[in-house]
Design a protein around this ligand. Structure first.
Ligand code: FMN
Length: 213
């Protein structure tokens, strides 16, 4: 299999999509990972609008385990940055808003509401223990992080997701009481213009990324 193909962005399949080309560009093709943002406040309502859209994405047993810590307050932002990898500290401190996306290991508390048809689900997950719930919530919450990134773009925002941080440190700092486990830290805002993005790298083609049996 070739590992050398650089595939330019094109519209070869646009006719097969149910969304228009400008929406495809906004959500995926022209959306970039942003490393430097304008000094411009991000309204809470935009974050809420993004969440309100993506909460409908599927999760295992409708557990909906993604939790969001929206870090706006300067003092809280400084505490968060302490736990970021060195290469992520300055841009996180400078971003107008940062969201810690986390998985709730106590997601089962909501199952009587989220999955009322599953009798005893809450009690069963209580008995299964935190380790089992942590594994289960991590998978669906990570899937929800993907939805959320696209949802933020749908709300006209730009994101810089980061995995480079001390997860145990963030969990101890912010989630000591609620059992949330940090997954991805996401800077959010409007790109600062020149230098806000790194050079675009290619993506795998369908042929490279799939097998059909
Ligand atoms: C889960 C995840 C973790 C990432 N971690 C970091 C990180 O710690 N620091 C960083 O600068 N970029 C990080 N990135 C950004 C990726 O490198 C970037 O999204 C990717 O190269 C695509 O860039 P593009 O959207 O500009 O094409 C991360 C992205 C994701 C989705």
């Amino acid at each position: 299999m070739s590992t050398e193909t650089f595939t330019p962005i094109d519209a070869a399949f646009d006719d097969l999509l149910e969304i228009d080309a400008s929406t495809a560009d906004l959500l995926f093709r022209e959306a970039r990972t942003v490393h430097a943002f304008e000094d411009e406040a991000v309204p809470d309502e935009k974050i809420q609008a993004a969440y309100d859209l993506v909460r409908w994405g599927p999760t295992a047993m409708n557990t909906v385990p993604l939790r969001l810590l929206v870090v706006r307050d300067p003092e809280a932002r400084a505490r968060l940055v302490e736990h970021m990898a060195d290469g992520n500290k300055a841009k996180t401190l400078a971003a107008p808003l940062t969201i810690v996306a986390a998985a709730d290991t106590n997601f089962h508390e909501f199952l009587p509401v989220l999955a009322p048809h599953m009798e005893g689900a809450k009690e069963n997950f209580e008995a299964a223990g935190e380790e089992t719930r942590a594994g289960m919530s991590r998978t669906s919450a990570l899937i929800q992080v993907g939805y959320f990134i696209v949802g933020l773009r749908a709300a006209g925002l730009h994101v810089g997701p980061m995995g480079g941080f001390d997860a145990a440190g963030i969990d101890a700092e912010f989630f000591g009481e609620n059992g949330w486990k940090s997954l991805v830290v996401i800077n959010v805002g409007t790109p600062a213009g020149e230098g806000a993005t790194y050079p675009r790298q290619t993506r795998l083609t369908f042929e490279q990324a799939s097998q059909t049996l």
